[in-house]
Design a protein around this ligand. Sequence first.
Ligand SMILES: *Cc1c(COP(=O)(O)O)cnc(C)c1O
Length: 393
Amino acid sequence: MATDKTAFVREELDSLREQGLYISIRTIGSAQEAWVTVDGKRVLNFCANNYLGLANHPRMKEAAKRAIDEYGVGPAAVRSIAGTMTLHLELEERLAHFKQVEDALSFQSGFNANLAVIPALMSQGDVIFSDELNHASIIDGCRLSRAKIARFEHRNPDSLRQVIEQETEYGRRLIITDGVFSMDGDIAPLDKLADIADDHGILLMTDDAHGEGVLGRGGRGIVDHFDLHGRVDIEVGTLSKAFGVVGGYVAGKKDIVQWLRQRGRPFLFSSAVTPADVAACIAAVDLLEESTELVERLWENTRYFKAEMKGLGFDTGESETPITPVMLGEAPVAFEFSKQLFDGGLFTMALGFPTVPRGKARIRVMLSAAHSRDDLDQALGIFKDVGQQMGVV
Ligand SMILES: *Cc1c(COP(=O)(O)O)cnc(C)c1O
């Protein structure tokens, strides 16, 4: 009999199901907006990273359609081989201006931006100081670099100082932190980390995926929020969250960005995003530079929703951003809660171990400028009903 070569995969899958860790993915049958069709049902959407409601914005769709007519649907090869389209260069100039940095380079995703920049700067014999709760793409970028990874306690500058003192053998050194942490919505103490980086002459990098379009003047991000312009060497950004499209970028000092055009492997060995994506992103920068209205509405919705949830008796954790965790304790409670919210017409994400620590399972509510006051009130009503039914409030 032939050997069953994939038996081990089936066993792993069964094990995930037994532990309740098997991810089942909902199917969306409409555009990403305040209301979406999920598995055939119209529900209020509190799941997406569509902070500013740009994912289905008419001006961005127009820009994408025009770009298809002018440039076609694909970039046809990697940029260093087939040449780069004017659109991609325009986006990079616009991003650099928006972020107030010397230069920027776009990638296919934020994940790829991390896989490009960290190994391009660090290698064996170097040390990377990394917040213990950094995003998976940072962790993978660090691993690919083969530098030593020295983790410091979450958002703890004292711990960072201690870890730096302990690491006496090094070539180059880099400090990396998420800007906004996506599970709790808390913000890195980037001002303090910048002081430490300056004191020790260590490169500083932040991944601002959840800060872009959210923090700082008109959504310029965490560096602007702390007024640290010129003191953070590398900023990674995503175009797939507040920008509403897809893609990522690295922004910062000219030398570093130039180096990535020579040595960033996802840039050199993988095609760029399509003309339509890029044109939509440029339109997003236009919208953000023209008006702060969407960012203000996002924060207004955030303040209103959090205050009302607290008033209802829910524990919304330590969040400082539109990411709103609703703390529920054990994972089965959170999953049941999410199911009942969905039955009531509200689409939210339940998170349990290992995504978050044991006993800290939650519903993660993502607020957006796309939500009207009426949408928020309906969501609050559904939360109240389910909370009372389940004895949470
Ligand atoms: C979402 C996220 C990414 C990945 O961004 P994509 O553009 O979706 O690949 C990277 N880093 C952080 C911190 C994120 O939250």
